[in-house]
Design a protein around this ligand. Structure first.
Ligand code: HSE
Length: 301
């Protein structure tokens, strides 16, 4: 019987332009969950790193709640456990921190119990806890994932992005909750906008499958959610224009924002600088990071 496991889980960028609530890609920025058996029946936990307000108690902590679901599914008593979370992925910034917390708890618990559940069962638990699959699927599997719900199940298509594709993530010094960023979206969309997104999304899957970066650049566009959300993010359009002018293949919102993300097949240095400068000029102090893609997903470390 295993006494201790450590799991690392990647950050994720959802939507990828046209794939609203559908696409996500894993990025090489990681949270780590340590889980070990301890004396007694209680649950101990320690959070280190990124802002964890509202997550200090085991009952409300997403990682602990997720782990509990695996123990229940495996018919094992939940207790005598210590969780240690090392959080690097910033919270409420559109980089999949809640997905990483959930997937980290599921994966760590499953490994500690000797892997009673297959990854597709972990995915269903993750979707149930998160409410949607676009971040949890790439956090679990790595790479670029297109997912949808069919007949009560989550169906995923996983593709490995072109090897040279990397992201430049400009992470602002303010939060934007996904629920707020969803509330402002209209309930109905124009048919031509829906068609535009279907066309771009189809091209994006092709671009990933064929490793075609020019097609990727063309496909990365949206008419369903980004424009409305830019109004909630001071300076967003200026920063995105700066990224494109500095040579980015594409640029837009990461998930529901407020992180702005650009993509490149270069080293990203000029884009990073341009995004930082543009946001500074608007009075926002972002942390801008060049991030490689992650193709492993959550795994023991
Ligand atoms: N797809 C979600 C949204 C965010 O754009 O509201 C990430 O799940």
């Amino acid at each position: 019987m295993l006494q201790e496991v450590n799991v690392k889980v990647p950050a994720t960028t959802a939507n990828m332009g046209a794939g609203f609530d559908t696409f996500g890609m894993a990025l090489a920025m990681y949270n780590t969950v340590g889980l070990r058996r301890v004396q007694g029946r209680g649950i101990r936990m320690a959070n280190v790193g990124a802002h964890t307000k509202g997550m200090e108690q085991p009952k409300e902590n997403l990682t602990v709640r997720a782990a509990r679901r695996v123990f229940e599914a495996a018919g094992e008593p939940f207790g005598g456990l210590e969780f240690k979370m090392y959080n690097v992925i910033p919270v409420s910034r559109g980089l999949g921190s809640s997905a990483a917390a959930i997937v980290g708890g599921l994966k760590a618990a499953n490994m500690l119990l000797g892997e009673p559940l297959a990854d597709d069962s972990l995915l269903e638990l993750a979707v149930e806890l998160e409410g949607h699959s676009d971040n949890v699927a790439p956090a679990l599997y790595g790479g670029f994932v297109s997912s949808c719900q069919r007949g009560g199940k989550t169906v995923v298509l996983r593709l490995q992005p072109p090897a040279e594709l990397r992201a430049v993530a400009a992470i602002p010094d303010f939060f934007l909750s996904t629920s707020r960023a969803r509330k402002i979206l209209p309930a109905e969309v124009r048919r031509e906008d829906a068609v535009h997104n279907i066309q771009c999304a189809a091209l994006m899957v092709g671009a990933m499958a064929c490793g075609d970066l020019q097609l990727f650049a063309t496909a990365f566009d949206d008419r369903l959610h980004q424009e409305q959300r830019y109004r909630l993010i001071k300076g967003a359009k200026r920063v995105l224009r700066a990224a494109r002018a500095a040579g980015a293949l594409a640029a837009g919102l990461s998930g529901a924002g407020p992180t702005l993300i650009a993509f490149t097949d270069g080293d990203g240095a000029a884009i990073r600088q341009a995004m930082r400068r543009a946001w500074f000029a608007c009075g926002v102090h972002p942390k801008v990071q060049v991030l490689a893609q992650d193709n492993q997903g959550a795994q023991g470390c």
